[in-house]
Design a protein around this ligand. Sequence first.
Ligand SMILES: Nc1ncnc2c1ncn2[C@@H]1O[C@H](COP(=O)(O)OP(=O)(O)O)[C@@H](O)[C@H]1O
Ligand SMILES: [Mg+2]
Length: 349
Amino acid sequence: MVPEAHDVPESADDRNSMFDEDPLVSSSEHYVALGRIGNGAYGTVYKARSTHDGAIVALKKIRIHLTEDGFPTSTLREIATLKQIDQFEHPNIIRLLDICHGQGLNEQLMLYLVFEHIDQDMASYMERHKPPNAGIPKHTVKNFMHQIFYAIDFLHSHRIMHRDLKPQNILITNNGVVKLADFGLAKTYCFYMRLTSTVVTLWYRSPEVLLTCPYSASVDIWSAGCIMAEMMKGSPMFTGKSEGDQLDRIFRVIGTPGPGEWPPEVSLPLTSFKVRAPTPLEHVIPDLCREGRDLLSKILVFSPTQRLTSGELLDHPYFDDSSYMLPSFMGSQESINLDHSGSRELILS
Ligand SMILES: Nc1ncnc2c1ncn2[C@@H]1O[C@H](COP(=O)(O)OP(=O)(O)O)[C@@H](O)[C@H]1O
Ligand SMILES: [Mg+2]
């Protein structure tokens, strides 16, 4: 599984002349791949070391098939979005350190997005807190959610929606700092958009995305709510096997919407769903405190316009008490027990 250490890119000659004048791309640094850490939708992620300063980084290697249309839009989108937001150096957004390119064969091009390396993603963090292990402490859930909403608030205030928030795309440092990653599906939005409905992984998809309605930034709020519920429950909140099944599982908790709430543009009739009464959240997530239930009940709302915004969520009484620590960039994180099992790695500053 671990690839042989090699320089990336292999030589300066590998540079493709199409990038010579592109300010987005630099190939000055070389990296030695140390091992594979992720295999995602359109790229492989390696842990790597910079031969320039020894820093440990995450390299997202993307094989690009150049067509007459040039670059795939998803790649261009990720680069443009990351570049746009990186200048703000937000503590809860993954830093893009470099972009370089490697050997290209025929119509192919290798592109390497170089990120700061983060110790783990939230999926593996949650995995380690599943039974029979102890669950995630309540104050840690609150701390992580505060950081997630803080990052979402930053993105939304810059008119960027992430669109694919899920535990695999949220990274957590060993110091308990949460960082949103994988902006492959992010897009600057102009209020309501009608876009492909396949953008968010099924379990974290909002009802309007599942129903292929126009949607807005509140899709990220829905996904964050599902992640909060999952951290508290120790298992995913809505585990649908198809769009219809996903909606039905959602309706079992929030209740089937009334005819007045059903979007008129949806071709699927409301009558195709069983009428279900809402289930009180204390039955679904018994460990969640009263304020937490109130917050979640204002996120898991069928109508996207009724869902609280990130700014409203940050002001919610759930975050009022001092049982959770402020994010570590503002102070110490000693109360967070991260229970690391993996090796400790140098984190880039
Ligand atoms: N900066 C990083 N540091 C450590 N691990 C990372 C980093 N970026 C991504 N990963 C790991 O690689 C996986 C895939 O990366 P991601 O950017 O989500 O690619 P994809 O678009 O293929 O889903 C992530 O789920 C995470 O486990
Ligand atoms: Mg991903």
